[in-house]
Design a protein around this ligand. Structure first.
Ligand SMILES: [Zn+2]
Length: 496
């Protein structure tokens, strides 16, 4: 007499497939960890059991073709902890959430698989901790739309071929946090919303957040915008990525304004046609300074599952030690960026990074002292704030130029009012008139001022009393400081 299988499914319902034995054939295979190779068993399971989820957890699928399998819409599909050997997902459409968490794929491919943009949609596509083994490209011609999250967190790709080709994903968050990719090439390209471009050997993304923190990749890594879509800039976290392990790392046409490189030195990274729009005009901005980082927040839900990631997720920005650490990381990054741009002959951008480097050094002054002491030291009682004031750390030649001009004019006016008259005689005439002797007296004072600044008449100054002598000395000192700053900044700006 036939009875139902009764195997407990993920949503709490029991398998309703009729069977002669203890369980249906599919669930016997599940219990015995034996291979499932028949699509008919899957079909039977899908048709008979109408619960809220489709439970295909913990199976071993061997040479099973999911081509003819129709997944009923609106139900979450769970493949967690399953193993796929030489299996294929071809022309499959997923609706509802799909989870392949902790699955192992050996020689298994996804081809023309899509998650539809329907009313229910696919909120989450989860490949957390999945392992892709085998020489083939695991994902071809796939398009994943209307997802909140696409997760490849801590996933492993062990194949020579690139993980994606002609694939497109549209999601709020795409995360490869902690993923390890041992392929020849791993490319991500940013595309404008609703323009579904495809590229060989690449995953084209339309996402607002991309998390690539702790990404390990030993092949050629490429991230960038498609040529015509240079303005799109998702929030990208590339913290703690070791670019030196990669054969090459290229950022092409990338808008890097919202990219976090903390803890990831970029000495050997190639920045081809980069955009730093957010602070291109203002070097004063210490990059990533005032952003509490959406990218970190988006990493947060995963912290309970993988404890080693929590370290990077929860950053208390008010914490003094953390700030110290963060400033040191920023400093390291800016030095690295400066070197990078200097090496490629881009001295103007290199100068900007130097400016930010110096800003970090300034902010690191007295970082552990009380708020007031720290503020005073950072803004007045140390060398960097003055260096910044006079010539923006040697990057600005107009400031010392204006300084020299001001020294010249103020010197002349001061000589004039200190009683310095025509023929270098002292007439003690403090009246301001632009006619007659007083006017020529001012002109003469101007010439005298110029004479002092070109070290021609310094000695004469000392013969005209204490006030003029002091003015002369001050002018000489200022000139001695400003001229080298002017020349250095000029040289720095226009060196070849
Ligand atoms: Zn069953």
């Amino acid at each position: 007499m036939a009875r139902v299988c009764g195997y407990e499914l993920a949503d709490g319902t029991r398998c309703q497939v009729e069977t002669e034995g203890a369980h249906c054939e599919l669930h016997l295979a599940r219990l015995n960890r034996s291979d499932v190779s028949s699509p008919a068993l899957i079909r039977q399971h899908l048709q008979t059991n109408q619960g809220t989820v489709i439970d295909l957890k913990g199976f071993r699928f061997r040479a099973l073709d999911f081509e003819s399998t129709l997944f009923p819409p609106g139900r979450d599909i769970l493949f967690d902890d399953s193993t796929f050997v030489n299996s294929r997902f071809i022309d499959v459409a997923f609706e509802g959430n799909v989870s392949f968490a902790n699955c192992t794929f050996e020689g298994t491919i996804f081809e023309n698989v899509c998650s539809n943009d329907s009313t229910i949609g696919c909120a989450k596509l989860d490949f957390t901790l999945a392992k892709f083994l085998g020489g083939e490209v695991p994902f071809r011609d796939c398009s994943f739309y209307a997802c909140d999250e696409i997760l490849f967190v801590d996933a492993t790709f062990e194949s020579k071929e690139p993980p994606f080709t002609m694939c497109h994903a549209k999601s709020d968050l795409v995360s490869f946090m902690g993923a390890s990719i041992n392929a020849e090439r791993f490319a991500l390209h940013i595309c404008k919303p609703d323009l579904h471009m495809l590229m060989p050997s690449s995953l084209v993304l339309d996402a607002s957040h991309i998390n690539l923190a702790r990404l390990k990749c030993n092949g050629h890594f490429e991230y960038g915008n498609l040529e015509s879509m240079i303005d799109v800039s998702p929030f990208v976290s590339l913290i703690y990525v070791d670019f030196r392990q990669m054969q090459t790392a290229t950022f092409r046409n990338a808008n890097l304004t919202k990219v976090l490189f903390l803890g990831s030195p970029v000495d050997n990274v190639v920045f081809a046609n980069p955009r730093w729009t957010g602070f291109g005009t203002s070097r004063r901005v210490c990059v990533f300074d005032d952003t509490p980082d959406e990218a970190f927040k988006h990493g947060a839900p995963l912290e309970s599952e993988s404890s080693d990631s929590s370290e990077f997720v929860e950053i208390d920005w008010d914490d003094r030690d953390r700030e110290n650490t963060r400033l040191n990381q920023l400093l390291e990054l800016y030095v690295s960026l400066k070197k990078n741009f200097e090496a490629s002959g881009n001295y103007i951008d290199a100068g900007d990074w130097f400016y930010r480097e110096m800003e970090c050094r300034r902010r690191l002054i007295a970082v552990n002292r009380s708020r007031i002491v720290r503020w005073l030291r950072q803004n007045f009682f140390s060398f960097p704030p003055w260096y910044r004031f006079v010539s923006e750390y040697g990057e600005n030649y107009t400031r010392p130029m204006w300084g020299l001009l001001a020294t010249l004019v103020l010197g002349a006016v001061s000589y004039f009012y200190s009683g310095f008259g025509t023929d270098h005689t002292i007439n003690y005439d403090f009246a301001w008139t632009v006619t007659g002797e007083s006017f020529w007296g001012l002109v003469d004072a101007m010439l005298y001022s110029l004479g002092v600044m070109s070290f021609q008449v310094t000695k004469t100054g000392f013969q005209h009393g204490t006030v003029t002598a002091t003015l002369t000395l001050a002018q000489v000192v200022l000139t001695l400081i400003l001229v080298p700053l002017f020349l250095l900044a000029l040289r720095r700006k226009f060196r070849r």
